[in-house]
Design a protein around this ligand. Structure first.
Ligand SMILES: [Fe+2]
Ligand SMILES: [Fe+2]
Length: 366
């Protein structure tokens, strides 16, 4: 194991190639992070929270992105107008908590923690032999490091690793701090499993590519969209759990959510790099006879995943929530009254269409 000084010497400012261990290397923490008594990843340096496994991963991702910019290649991103607002919104959620209707909010926060735990599945995504299926060289790219530490670091961040909790435990803690250890409904997981119909990957858009390659691109696009959508969730949770009128410990709950949000930055950033690298290259069909432009493949898959999730999710949430309000309140007249006022606070949202039909998913580089 390299000690601190060796490691510092090894990370050259412009390096593009890293070992597995380097991409998982930790900063020298003075103090660990604890979430409701559970030792978690990350820790404090000079009194400020620093995300886990970032010592080399952070500069590495910055270097890969810079390489794309230097080559004049755009970086994909999801523009703000495609991000569905959180449902229920802050005003709606606060209203429910003030009325003592805690269960639907507890359920939402618990679902977030469970989904974070599912994030560990990224380490099981089969990575094809990219050197065979991509025409150009991929040395010194995020793509070349997906199964060389990037997916593993991501998985550990989400679900925790060994004796350290990850986002799953940190969200549970934020919920328990803010809502003062609420009763957790017993059917959360069951509902989550049965409530998401039609979440399949859909038909293959590019059957000429190997199934593994198309699946890898689809998964990365999906996760990037989910991670980007999560931005709104963090703001929502920071507002709600950080609101002393409804939070049992606004400061501590808000801090926990802020730590999670900062851990998500490298996820968005390495996926952005890898997808943008693919976009700038030529993909080779499974039979080796055809060449497909990465730009066409990535843009088609990315747009489909974005559109699918941005239209389906808000709708599912709305339907689920209406039901849950009624379920949480015994008195029918009171349930109807609360449901009506709750609906009045709805900000509404539809996926942009019409002249936005051509998705503008690219960030031009200067
Ligand atoms: Fe996460
Ligand atoms: Fe994440």
């Amino acid at each position: 194991m390299a000690d601190q000084h060796e490691l510092d010497d090894e990370i050259r400012l412009d390096a593009l190639e890293f070992t597995y261990d380097e991409l998982l290397a930790e900063d020298p923490y003075e103090e660990p992070l604890f979430a409701s008594g559970v030792r978690c990843h990350g820790g404090y340096v000079d009194g400020a929270y620093v995300s886990p496994r970032g010592r080399v991963r952070r500069p590495a991702i910055a270097n890969w992105q810079q390489r794309l910019r230097d080559a004049g290649e755009p970086l994909v991103y999801v523009p703000g107008r495609y991000l569905p607002p959180t449902y229920p919104n802050y005003a709606q959620a606060k209203y429910l908590l003030k009325e003592g209707v805690t269960e639907p909010i507890t359920r939402s926060l618990t679902i977030i923690s469970i989904i974070e735990g599912f994030g560990a599945r990224i380490r099981d995504v089969p990575v094809p032999d990219l050197r065979k299926e991509i025409l150009e060289d991929i040395a010194g790219t995020a793509l070349a490091h997906l199964d060389g530490g990037l997916f593993e670091a991501h998985a550990r961040d989400e679900a925790g690793h060994r004796d350290q909790g990850g986002h799953k435990q940190m969200w549970e803690s934020a919920r328990d701090i803010g809502l003062a250890k609420p009763h957790i409904p017993g059917d959360v997981l069951m509902r989550l499993m049965t409530g998401s119909s039609g979440r399949g990957r859909g038909e293959r858009l590019f059957p000429d590519l190997s199934e593994r390659l198309e699946m890898l691109i689809t998964t990365m696009a999906n996760v990037l969209v989910v991670e980007t959508f999560a931005d709104n969730t963090f703001t929502w949770a920071q507002q709600l759990l950080g609101d002393p009128e409804v939070s049992a410990d606004a400061e501590a709950a808000n801090h926990m959510v802020t730590c999670i949000a900062s851990d998500e930055v490298p996820h968005v950033d390495y996926l952005t790099a890898a997808i943008s690298e693919l976009r700038a290259r030529t993909l080779i069909s499974e039979d080796g006879r055809k060449e497909l432009r990465g730009k066409e493949v990535v843009d088609a898959i990315f747009s489909r995943q974005l559109r699918g999730m941005a239209t389906r999710r808000p709708q599912e949430n709305r339907e689920r929530f209406r039901e849950e309000i009624h379920q949480a309140i015994d008195n029918k007249a009171r349930a109807s009254m609360i449901a009506r006022r709750f609906e009045d606070l709805d900000s509404g949202w539809t996926f942009p269409h019409g002249d936005d039909e051509e998705l503008d998913i690219l960030l031009e580089t200067a």
